[in-house]
Design a protein around this ligand. Sequence first.
Ligand SMILES: [Zn+2]
Length: 268
Amino acid sequence: MSNLSPVRCDHSANGYNLDLLSIFGVLLVLISPAVGSYLGVLVDRLPRGEDSVSKRSACRACGHPLGLGDLVPVISFVMRGGKCRYCTAPIPPWHLYIELLAAGLTLIVVLLSPTLSILLVTVPYIWLLVGLFFADLIWFRLPNPFTLLLLAVGLLHAGVEPSLTLLDGLLGATVGGLCFWALRALYTAIRGREGLGLGDVKLIAGIGAGLGLSALPYVVLSAALTGICAEVARSYLAGSDLTATRRVPFGAYLCGTAVLVWYANALY
Ligand SMILES: [Zn+2]
């Protein structure tokens, strides 16, 4: 009968949960470079309106279809010196960076996630932020499939994260989205041109959904400061003037600071 005592059962359940946490943690780290590679495909194709599911991978320069040996994350790029095996055209290095970043961030999430449910929701949330970061940096675009999924996964994250509630997520998404939408409308009315993209409105809703309303001021302020510093540095290095009409990938800065705020919350 003692084996059926509530204490014994709780202990077994925790041990079982811990084992699953370790197993899924290792699995997610192992698949993360491949996920990074697929995120790269999505970032490359979604803004061009190309099929991202059934279309076979091929070299952008010569059109040669890529085999399994050309698609091994990180290793294929390094072994071929960042060049196409068939025509030696250079492959944009961000394909390597997105695989490395997805793997590195997944490892950190695995190490910091205390429960299986938090792990299984946070990892895809971070992957989506990685995809959005690169899409905005390269194309100045925040594709709808990424932002809308971020909103859905964000609400799930708010639901499982002990320091948040689903209501925090809903408030973060609504207030964040409305504030950015109002800012966008105001800027357009005053200046007569678009200052903040609709993608940024959806992105901040997704970030607010996942991190809650109270995190948004930190995310937006840090993104604005980082963005100003980075753009000033970029202009200085390029020897060009920083003008008010220059396009800035503000969404990429929002994604970066959202990940940092998640880590800060997880650590402290
Ligand atoms: Zn080629």
